[in-house]
Design a binder for this molecule. Structure first.
Ligand code: HEM
Ligand SMILES: N[C@@H](CC(=O)c1ccccc1NC=O)C(=O)O
Length: 285
């Protein structure tokens, strides 16, 4: 059989004329998307496209993460736990995808990266607006991070909203309080623009949830969703650190930080500390 005879025939219904109508590239605005890769190395370095696309795809997923986290927060505010859990699950799977994606960038050797690193100037992932918004929505609030965006009013405003708005955890705890559990007033009345500080009184609330799971089933499941999310986020951070270490060793970062040791400090952070602490209490007299 010749190759031509082996072709999968185009079925008669397959549309081939798209004049004046929406087609694939039009719907997805691929002209814009695929003309947005601008490697700067001169002569062009063959590996810079990988570096650009790795970042751009991550930024696309971050866009969806922000969207879903804002969605989840709204569903929690509206007492719709089922829909909130669906959004949280989606965020978790996105995190797993972008964590897995580090393996593509890890094919970039230190020598190859060193050949074009200078074109990046002071640019750094540290200046990612959407990444910072995700951190803020999850509770790692730090107004100092806004300084980086002083020269970009739109980014500054977007992040100010994320900084001053309540977090996904705030929304969940308000819902838990509406269900009649004794969430401390200090939690419900806190200044939501401040970073989360562990609240010992909340551990007791979660102990009740985790010790009577059938009574608090959906709260218990949502609590576990948050733990899943935190875990997935930390794995992303860890793979970033390991990729950075194998690519630039202990060089300082283009963003001006110490590099690996700066990134390592983020591994000690936890968005939902009471959900970890409660595990020490479970099953104890
Ligand atoms: C070879 C590749 C990479 C290297 C060597 C690298 C290196 C670094 C370093 C050294 C920092 C600390 C800030 C600084 O001083 O620059 C940093 C921060 C950051 N990078 Fe990367 N990075 C790489 C790839 C990526 C990718 C693909 C992303 C995805 C968007 C990313 C996102 C970030 C983010 C969000 C931060 C801020 C982290 C925080 O504030 O905790 N990086 N990176
Ligand atoms: N901070 C990296 C540079 C870097 O990775 C980067 C540069 C421009 C745009 C995004 C980047 N990604 C993450 O930090 C470095 O120090 O080599």
């Amino acid at each position: 059989m010749s190759i031509e005879e082996g072709y999968r025939p185009l079925e008669p219904g397959v549309r081939t004329d798209f004049s004046g109508t929406l087609d694939y590239a039009g719907y997805l605005d691929l002209d814009t998307l695929l003309s947005a890769q601008h490697p700067l190395s001169d002569p062009p370095h063959p590996d810079e496209l990988l570096f650009v696309i790795q970042h751009q795809t991550t930024e696309l997923w971050l866009k969806l993460m922000v969207h879903e986290l804002v969605g989840a927060r709204g569903f929690l505010d509206a007492d719709d736990l089922a829909r909130a859990r669906k959004s949280l699950a989606r965020v978790k799977h996105i995190l797993r995808t972008i964590t897995e994606q580090w393996s593509v960038l890890a094919t970039l050797t230190p020598s190859e990266y060193a050949e074009f690193r200078d074109v990046l100037g002071p640019a750094s992932g540290f200046q990612s607006v959407q990444y910072r918004a995700v951190e803020f929505l999850l509770g790692n609030k730090n107004p100092q991070m806004l300084k980086v965006f002083a020269g970009d009013p739109a980014a500054h405003e977007f992040l100010e909203d994320a900084l001053t708005g309540h977090t996904v955890y705030d929304a969940f705890l308000r819902l838990v309080a509406r269900r009649g559990l004794p969430v401390p007033a200090a939690v419900l009345e806190r200044d939501v623009s401040k970073p989360w500080v562990e609240q010992p009184g909340l551990v007791e609330v979660f102990r009740q949830v985790y010790e009577d799971t059938s009574r608090y089933w959906d709260l218990y499941e949502t609590s576990e969703d948050l733990v899943d999310l935190e875990d997935a986020f930390q794995l992303w951070r860890f793979r970033h650190l390991r990729t950075v270490q194998r690519t630039i060793g202990y060089k300082t970062g283009t963003g001006g930080s110490s590099g690996v040791s700066f990134l390592r400090r983020a591994l000690d952070l936890t968005f939902f500390p009471e959900l970890i602490t409660v595990r020490t209490e479970i099953g104890m007299p």
